[in-house]
Design a protein around this ligand. Sequence first.
Ligand SMILES: [Zn+2]
Length: 457
Amino acid sequence: VRILLTGAYVYVGGDSSEPEGEGKGDAERFGPQGDAAALAGDDGWIYGYLYVRDTRIAAVAPGDPPPELRAEAERVLFLGGRLVLPGLVNTHTHTPMTLLRGMGEGRPLKAWLEEEMWPREARFTDASVYWGTRLAQLEMIQSGVTTFNDMYDRMHLVLEAVGESGLRAVLGRGVIGLAPKDVQDAKLREAVEFARTAHGAYGGRVRAMIAPHAPYTVPEPLLVRMVEAAEELDLPVHIHVSETKEEVERCRERTGMRPVEYLDALGVFRRPTLAVHAVHLSEAEKDLLAARGVRVSHNPVSNLKLGSGVADVPGLLARGVIVGLGTDGAASNNRQDIFHELTTAALLHKGIRHEAEVLPPPEAFALATRMGARALFLEDIGALRTGWKADLIVLDAANARYVPRTDLLAHVVYNALPADVTHVMVDGRFLMEEREVLTLDAERILYEAEREAQRLR
Ligand SMILES: [Zn+2]
């Protein structure tokens, strides 16, 4: 692959807190980076070109590309002032649950899970997961997501769909352990076997995690065994933590500890861990997450919709915790759209804190890109830098929401919509061009997913 993108506004800013940048001020931390940085404005943008060779970015610079790159390129796309951005990272979802979109509306988490979701999910077949995950992956490509992190069962079908869609994915067989010992054993075996198969699949496009569902759905002995398995496989742990107040109370009654303290006492955080939600935390728990290097998936829309609350993201970021943005499943969102999470997060914390300075556009955008990738323990993904993976999106900014061109990144954070996305590239391969998804059969997916959902109703 040799693709040259020219005539574009390319965003080369991002979170530069790693590896040597710890302790930098915000301007330095989220300003321009990489070898194009010296040539970029303070706002992190250049007007120029980006060159992709095989799966990686081979050059990114302002101005016209040198003649030798033009000569070498197999394709030259003149983008006419469109925006080139790193692809968005969805740090937490359950892709097959798109089939349950719009079902069980308006119920709080416990009743929603136990009375609306679990009975319907019990009727899921291979076909449900097959079409549900394709529906989600189609929506993610159309809305500029290039990497997603999924926790569910029948994950071999999700893996197969990732092979087809071309998306980058981190996958884990989600384990709910409220079952007899033999069922628990079988699930654990499946989780381990799946991780072995998935990790490194499709030329390294897929990574695996070990995914115990939550401290309240996985009995202690099973949770400990899952962490041991993660240790053996050298994989991170992906777990829901402290989503609701009620969950925290029940954990305290049962263990005498709050969920983060409990997981720490069990030794879970000896593994690299992604804690999902982290809504109800004590100050001591926030310190503990920072001290253990635990990453957090912030899912503002899902948490708002289920009435769970709002995670203290500014408080976590101030402690140096790496935070990404997740949609959660489509039944509780109802989109698989990281632009929506980005806009929501950027507004929400200003309102909660009564501080307009909180989560400025460069920091908010980092949550959706580079920090999101770091939350999933992915290197060289989430920013447009020479030598990094060519995971990027193109936005058409020729519409009212981007005029005047005062602060382009603010326009992206507050105004961008999935419909603005024209191209999506992962690993140097276009998954969508001029809004046409190339890897999935969109029409067929919409039809089959609708039919499969009728059966579950
Ligand atoms: Zn979830």
